[in-house]
Design a protein around this ligand. Structure first.
Ligand code: BEZ
Length: 389
């Protein structure tokens, strides 16, 4: 696939805002996303959100221009590492943005850290990247796998669910999402009656897994699936007749607004938890939904807001006067702003975002499926978990 290199500058907007300095620094950003493979739609949405933030706020950057160099990680850790090396060594980027898969983030972490290049993580929830393997060069503006799922463990038990069966793809994110959900659910008093990890990127038929889950007679099934796998899973959950007897819960990526309409009626009634839904009632979100929908023709998802906030974080860091990589990394670790998802800040102890987690049900809206917020866990902060930056 051919990827583009883009220059963004806002000369006109600049004249209205901050007077341009004579020698404003220009920045090269490496955008490292899956533009192909099972998470390609997620990568595209993050890219669009990121560009929208820069287009909207470039005028605040005192004459700086931004060059974006795109590379495709394909959701494969060795490919992600090769592309990271290329962006840092050959393109000499000032900062990198992106990474969707926890597996890819795990593979590039050491190279990023040793090179001293700031990385703004715009999706991958790998807990270790802001835990035991944290780095002062890695700042996450998306979520951590544990942060999204812990509140749901407690919430489900409070709603009377005592026995849960779990399913997720067999890679870092699948394991971490299930482990953190299960720990919280068990701490609240619940029991995990069974679970399985399905081969990542290659499972097309979830039938045997669903049959086994149903035969364990749980009160509910809890899963993590995203992208193309989420669409297949939710459709098959209905077509194998499991929906009639066992309710489905999960990480909110399961019923993301990006692809929930492709899942169709099977997604109705599914309850999940996430850091963003487009139905959040705030002026910041209303403005974001309007601008994103006008630019791209559909309502934004969590992936869009993650790209948008990666752009916002970069603008904030540049506005603070940071020019070299070390100063940028430092500034990124201190940003705080009001996001469409609510107030957010970076926790100085881990470089992970602190944010609200929304528990929502997918319901029928006006001609389209939509998200009804049932509960909010406010300002969720991860435990430090061995991070020493
Ligand atoms: C991950 O690998 O961390 C991930 C991928 C897609 C959605 C959420 C998390």
């Amino acid at each position: 696939m051919k990827l583009s290199r883009t220059w963004l500058s806002a000369a006109a907007a600049l004249m209205l805002a901050v007077p341009a300095t004579a020698h404003a620094k220009d920045y090269t950003v490496g955008l490292l996303l899956p533009y192909s493979g099972v998470y390609a739609a997620l990568g595209k949405e993050i890219d669009q959100g990121f560009e929208l933030a820069l287009q909207t706020r470039l005028g605040e950057m005192a004459g700086s221009k931004i060059e974006i160099v795109r590379e495709d990680t394909e959701v494969k850790p060795p490919v992600g590492l090769a592309k990271t090396r290329k962006l840092i060594l050959q393109d000499q980027v000032d900062v990198m943005v992106g990474i969707v898969s926890s597996g890819v983030l795990g593979a590039i972490r050491d190279f990023v850290h040793q090179s001293g290049t700031p990385l703004i993580v715009a999706n991958a929830g790998n807990d270790a990247a802001t835990g035991a393997r944290c780095s002062k060069f890695i700042t996450r503006v998306s979520f951590s796998n544990g942060q999204v799922n812990r509140p749901m463990g407690e919430w489900m038990f409070k709603k009377g669910i005592k026995k849960v069966y779990t399913l997720a793809p067999d890679y870092a994110a699948g394991h971490q999402m299930i482990e953190t959900f299960s720990a919280a659910f068990k701490a609240a008093g619940g029991t995990i009656v069974g679970g399985e990890f399905t081969p990542f990127r290659t499972t097309k038929d979830f039938g045997p897994y669903l049959t086994k889950a149903k035969s364990a007679s749980p009160d509910a099934i809890f899963v993590f699936y995203a992208g193309g796998e989420a669409i297949s899973f939710v459709r098959q959950y209905a077509s194998f007749g499991v929906a009639d007897s066992v309710p489905l819960y999960g990480s909110g990526f399961l019923t993301s607004p990006l692809y929930v309409n492709a899942e169709g009626p099977a997604a109705k009634g599914v309850v999940t938890s996430l850091h963003y839904v487009p139905t959040i009632d705030s002026p910041e979100n209303a403005a974001f939904v309007k601008a994103f929908s006008a630019a791209y023709g559909h309502a934004p998802s969590e992936y869009a807001v993650q790209g948008y906030d990666a752009g916002q974080a970069l603008v904030e860091a540049v506005k603070s006067g940071a020019t070299d990589r070390a100063a940028l990394a430092d500034a990124l670790g201190k940003v705080r702003f009001t996001s469409p998802r609510g107030p957010v800040e970076i926790d100085p102890a881990t470089n992970n975002i602190v944010q609200n987690i929304y528990i929502y049900e997918t319901v029928q809206g006006d001609g389209t499926l939509t998200q009804k917020i049932l509960d909010v866990a406010k300002a969720v902060r991860d435990p430090v978990s061995g991070c020493q930056k």
